[in-house]
Each structure stands twice: as structure tokens, then as C-alpha cells.
Design a protein around this ligand. Structure first.
Ligand code: GLN
Length: 199
């Protein structure tokens, strides 16, 4: 079977995400067609979507300018899976607490940009994640903190009491980068183990 996966490709780790999607898909007998998203018209062809890290202001500006933002909202409203990581999580949120970010509002969380950065810019931590048997090696890079979650949001992992992996329906958000360690279990969780919770 073929699976079409779109990766928002404004900036950031597109090739690492593509590799992780390919590994996760093949484990499920799917041969993925990974598309890079820079213009409108591609998202509607995608079965699953990935919003990578980078700079949330730049990503949200491009999504608006190119008319991609409403396509992503429609993708989520249709119940199709999306994984939003780091800056992607900020853009997907309902409240990025920053006027320079034009949020998509598809994940009911409040985030604080660069909140860990005040203590430590980047770090790696073994993370217990709901649904994974072994800790996940989570790489945090100028990561946001999730400071509040809505009633329909399931917290999948916390670090120092902050939610750092969440799920709401078809959307999984992580404040860390799951594509950097060769471990594709988060991509697997988001795209192939999607069991939208009922509130
Ligand atoms: N600090 C970035 C932002 O606020 C996110 C960093 C990242 O994606 N690694 O947009």
C-alpha cells in the first residue's frame, strides 16, 4: 500500500523526518511517498502530515502567505494524523503567547516559547511516553514548554512536570525533536497507532 506523507518544508530537519516516516511506515508494510510542502495544493493529497521544528514565526508566516494554513486545519478536521514537533507544536497550538506567531489552533494547548532555554538551551533526556515500552531519547532544542492543556488533550509525557508530548484526536505534539536519534517510535505512535481519544 502507499501512504502519502507531507512534511512542512520551510526549514528544519525535513530529511531526518522523512527517514523516520519511512522506517515507521515500512514496519507497517506501507511504502511511503514523502512530499515536501512549500506551496498550497499538496496537503489535500496527504494521508499524514508533519510539522517540524525550526522557527515558529517563520513557519507560521509562510503557511499564511502560501495559503497552506487552512489546508492543514482541514486535514486535522478530517481526522487525519498530524505530528507537530517543537516549533511545529507552537504553530499548531491554540495559544503561543506571542503575537508574531499566527497559530493554527488545532491543538488545545498554551505554550511558552524557549522556556527551557532560560535554564539550558539544548539537552537530551530519556522520556517515559505513554504507549512506548522503553524510554524515548528526547532531544530538546530551544524547546517550548506546554504551560496549559485543554480538557480534550491527553498528556503522553512530562519533563520536570511540564507536558512535553500531548495528543488531541489525530494530532500529536512534542516539544522535543523525535527525528534526531534514529528512533522512529514517536512517528509510529502519531501515524500508525492513532487512536483518537474520546473526551
Ligand atoms: N525556539 C523555536 C521557536 O520558538 C523552536 C525551536 C525548535 O523548533 N527547535 O520557534
Amino acid at each position: 500500500m502507499s501512504l502519502t506523507a507531507g512534511v512542512v518544508a520551510v526549514q528544519g530537519d525535513v530529511s531526518e523526518h522523512a527517514a523516520a516516516i519511512e522506517r515507521a511506515a515500512r514496519a507497517h508494510g506501507e511504502e511511503p511517498d514523502v512530499r515536501e510542502i512549500r506551496t498550497a495544493g499538496i496537503v489535500p493529497e496527504c494521508d499524514v502530515l508533519l510539522m517540524p521544528g525550526g522557527e515558529s514565526t517563520a513557519i507560521s508566516r509562510l503557511l499564511d502567505r502560501e495559503g497552506i494554513a487552512p489546508e492543514i486545519v482541514a486535514h486535522v478536521e478530517a481526522g487525519k494524523p498530524m505530528l507537530a514537533t517543537c516549533a511545529g507544536l507552537i504553530v499548531a497550538s491554540t495559544d503561543p503567547q506571542d503575537d508574531r506567531v499566527d497559530e493554527l489552533g488545532v491543538l488545545d494547548v498554551t505554550v511558552e516559547r524557549n522556556a527551557f532555554g532560560r535554564q539550558k538551551d539544548s539537552f537530551e533526556a530519556p522520556l517515559d511516553v505513554t504507549g512506548l515500552d522503553e524510554p524515548f531519547p528526547a532531544v530538546f532544542i530551544r524547546a517550548p514548554v506546554v504551560s496549559d492543556v485543554g480538557p480534550d488533550v491527553e498528556v503522553l509525557a512530562t519533563w520536570e512536570e511540564y507536558p512535553v508530548a500531548v495528543r488531541q484526536g489525530p494530532v500529536v505534539g512534542t516539544s522535543f525533536h523525535p527525528e534526531l536519534t534514529g528512533d522512529s517510535r514517536i512517528h509510529d505512535l502519531a501515524f500508525f497507532e492513532a487512536t483518537p481519544q474520546t473526551a
